[in-house]
Design a binder for this molecule. Sequence first.
Ligand code: TRP
Length: 455
Amino acid sequence: MATANRGQWSGKTGFILAAAGSAIGLGNIWRFPYTAGENGGGAFVLIYLAFVMLIGIPVVLAELSIGRKTEKNPVGAFKALVPNSLWPYLGGLGVLTGFGILAFYSVLAGWTLSYLYGAVTGIYGGVMNAEESAALFTHLIGDPVLTISLTAAFLFLTVIVVRKGVSGGIEKATKILMPLLLLILIILAVRSVTLPGGSEGLAYLFTPDFSKLSGTVIMSALGQALFSLSLGMGAMITYGSYFPKTENLHQAGIAVALFDTGIAILAGLIIFPALFFVGVEPGAGPGLVFIVLPSIFGSLPAGQLFAIAFYALLAIAALTSTISLLEVVVAYFVDEKGWDRNKAAWILGGLCFVLAVPSSLSSGGSAMFTDFLGTGLSFLDINNIIWGNYSLTIGALLICLFVGWQWGIPTALESLESSGHKMPGRNFLGFLIKVVCPVAISIVLIYIIVTQQYF
Ligand code: TRP
């Protein structure tokens, strides 16, 4: 447990910003609005919010308590707590999932660079209609050489930060940029809500129509809650392991969860009114945000400047998320396999690039990956669902079972409270982790299996 060698966040704020950096990313700004749109709006949003409160926050705290206690990567953490058991495989699933997510996430992150380039070169000449904007989208993301290069560029940036270790790179990057992103989002939300037709968008987002509920909607809401908070694969175990021993960990964890959810709602406030303004279908799919946003920039004074700032900050928000994904994988190879951090970052980043190529080609670059195996879904979409929904859900279920029934709630609470800060509602939290989360997650999974609504 060589704390000094592993590095530590410089304080509570450092941790909050870094963990918020991990949580806030394309999950909030790209994935939340398009998933909400595909799943009928209000009812999805309500269930997503309920999952954040009932499952997201308990799992954040469960992961952080493991990380603080063991000061290790997910595999090492379970090894330290229950040696000679199968639990380290749960950590292994987390490392694999981190890889799986990074391999498609970096492709999308590459799209943001493409849009940033478009913004700099002045593509946004005025208010764009839906067709113009969709054509622009297809143009920017359908070019195979461009998307592959941008994916490579993004992974390269990620490696550059991760190879230097937590407090050096990760923390510095987030400190100024997260608040700046928040500011831009607020300005865009104000603009969007006041667009003609804005109230229709708000009604779509906030009026639950429960006839739209289905197994898929509920599963997507659960997956979204976990994905957005970076849960279910040990990212928060890893980040919790760098948390200063003297600081209030549960307060920081809850702050991150609320902050992240607030940003997702803010993204909804930007996208949905604008979508009705420009005439795009809410269920347009993964391209939704990219197609809708140019319309807002076109209607703002100094729209081009806003577009540049927005895409730059979005790319950075994505970067602080890819950093946390790669960090989990790198921490495993450094701690458990004794690799040099620099070498681990380069090799694993490079391997991830190879795995990301099919996803890069799945938005028009290659017909085979664009409609993968006749599913009507792209290779990227399928990876998003498998790793981003199912794998995280199974991971979160097992983490709750571990903390609730194997390690024990009292030990977890002791770890959370080891700085001397008593946690309000501690028994309720224990009940959520031990009973409510496992039961709720199992019901969702069993329902999906019985009704076969997998996608
Ligand atoms: N939460 C990030 C987002 O919303 C994505 C992410 C980063 C993530 N690290 C993760 C998701 C770990 C799941 C697990 O963009």
